[in-house]
Design a protein around this ligand. Structure first.
Ligand code: URA
Length: 264
């Protein structure tokens, strides 16, 4: 592994500028493997050296991957022009330059949203060619009808004539109000897609929560508005999809304490 400059290492992984890093280093605020390093241009091994700045140990991962349990009222964009951005929910110690939401959840939608600075991964994840499935749980205005299963599987036509790729849908079981709760899995991301798919069968989505992206499941312990940093193995899971039917069948067994009834 080739050595890199300490200020490059830190600036790629935090919001600090190189001049700020130089200043902190000169004050003795940066340590490498427990030893203060006053020169910001010192060379370090990015894979094995432990770099600390005040209040934070900086990991070796170049890119950052954050899973947010998005609450209602935040917009999936990097600026606040249409409302408060989801980026404002990222805690200070996880912030860094270049973070953006990889995918979109509507302002009134909840659930799993990946925030990263890895453009290549986001492209792979969002490209329709990758077919990464996303599972949502929705609360409908009217009871689920069994004919939805075939209609969605055939690729439903939205009211404006746009045809969707085949999707899987299934009514929730063994929980309160389950006649109006459904799971849906789609592999694309058209504007308001899930809401428009249910509108096409004369139903209406009252609440929508994304509970998985690829093989990554929103952890029960992650409260609304909370973020967690993902490890490399979790990021790999994005591309190992779940079995929809098994997932739905187990959902209310595994997630017995999932605060869905409060959220949906
Ligand atoms: N489909 C929608 O309609 N809204 C979302 O937020 C995500 C998928």
């Amino acid at each position: 592994m080739s050595l890199i400059r300490l200020d490059k290492f830190i600036s790629e992984r935090t919001e600090l500028t190189r001049s700020k890093i130089k200043e902190i280093a000169a004050r003795g605020g940066i340590s490498v493997n427990g030893q203060p390093v006053k020169k910001a241009d010192a060379k370090i091994n990015p894979e094995s050296d432990e770099v600390k700045i005040p209040g934070q140990t900086i990991g070796s991962q170049k890119h950052r991957y954050i899973l947010l349990n998005k609450p209602e009222g935040y917009v999936s964009s990097t600026d606040d022009s249409d409302g408060e951005s989801v980026l404002s929910l990222v805690p200070e110690n996880l912030r860094k330059k270049g973070l953006f939401p990889a995918g979109r959840l509507d302002k009134d939608s909840l659930g799993a949203l990946l925030i990263t600075d890895d453009g290549e991964l986001a492209h792979r994840l969002l490209s329709p060619k990758s077919h990464v499935p996303k599972i949502y749980i929705v609360k409908l205005a009217r009871p689920f009808k069994s004919n939805y299963v075939n209609l969605f599987a055939e690729g439903i036509a939205l009211k404006d004539g746009t045809r969707c790729l085949p999707a899987k849908v299934r009514q929730a079981e063994n929980t309160e109000n389950c006649e109006k709760l459904a799971f849906i899995e789609i592999c694309e991301g058209k504007y308001h897609q899930v809401k428009r798919m249910f509108a096409a069968v004369e139903n209406h989505v009252e609440k929508l929560m994304r509970i998985s992206v690829g093989g990554l499941i929103l952890p029960e312990k992650l409260g609304l508005g909370e973020c967690m940093e993902l490890l490399h193995k979790d990021v790999e899971n994005l591309f190992r999809p779940l079995d929809f039917d098994d997932f739905c069948a187990d959902f209310f067994g595994i997630f017995s304490a999932f605060p869905l009834n409060k959220q949906l």
